[in-house]
Write a protein that binds this ligand. Sequence first.
Ligand code: UDP
Length: 315
Amino acid sequence: MKKKRIVITGGAGFLGSHLCDKFISEGMEVVCIDNLLTGNIENISHLFGNENFQFIKHDVTNFIFVPGKVDYILHFASPASPIDYLHLPIQTLKVGSLGTHKALGLAKEKGATFLLASTSEVYGDPEVHPQSEDYWGNVNPIGPRGVYDEAKRFAEALTMAYHRYHGVDTRIVRIFNTYGPRMRLNDGRALPAFVSQALNNQDVTVFGDGSQTRSFCYVSDQINGIYKLLMSDIHEPVNIGNPSEITIKEFAEEVIRLTNSNSKIVYTPLPVDDPKVRQPDISKAKKLLGWEPKISREEGLKMTIYYFQNSLHKK
Ligand code: UDP
């Protein structure tokens, strides 16, 4: 049987590069597309020379040309950390809207199955807790996070429209906070910020009073969830994340403890529209995909700290 061929936009990013690895290990041919705006070629450098791997440097807001057959398309291209989309607001809106349009167009043309990387940000600052897929969210369209939240909400709407109107076989994963090796140390997110600050014995910057909560999923669990969703026939959105919820203050303390650091916590202003709580309701993924996370936060944090220690040494 001929090998399956998969296109991964944003394939040089944090999740994209782990997906490239996953599908190479499943014996597929992987076409990785990235414009390297927030992606990093080092995330995929180990795959160069692999006959099943191809890299195309391209901005997917423009027409995407991929010769040959394509069985699957994963659309993961987008700035994804709050400081990235604050610095790149127009690119974030464009890749969520125009980029999703181009990727869906490619899926329609090739008869490929399409999977959209959506986000817990579609729930905004949620008034329902934990968040289940039938909650419509509480998003400020004109706030600083709106560029990401609304782009992803539009991307979901466009994906459902291509499914309903053009019959494209689509999936939507709503990804909750995910961490692990290949996150950028300076992407401004809580985990890389806390770990690099703690490893350097610098003050750990907790925004606000740290009472806001998040629920952190280790990357291998996230990748397995996405894989199972792709192989399913579920067209409606599915949450993938780890329901183990923690306040940001407790999370900072946990990072300080696990890094044996002398760092102290300092409190700085809370960013505008920062969600106060976030926890995925994963009953749907459990029931329909037979998926649930396996890696505890302590275990995942240890592996991630080890990775960051090594990358700090290389600097
Ligand atoms: N945060 C923090 N210190 C930092 C970075 C982030 O206290 O140096 C907080 C941030 O305000 C949010 C939480 O940690 O409440 C998670 O932020 P992150 O940027 O990781 O992602 P988000 O879940 O907000 O998309």
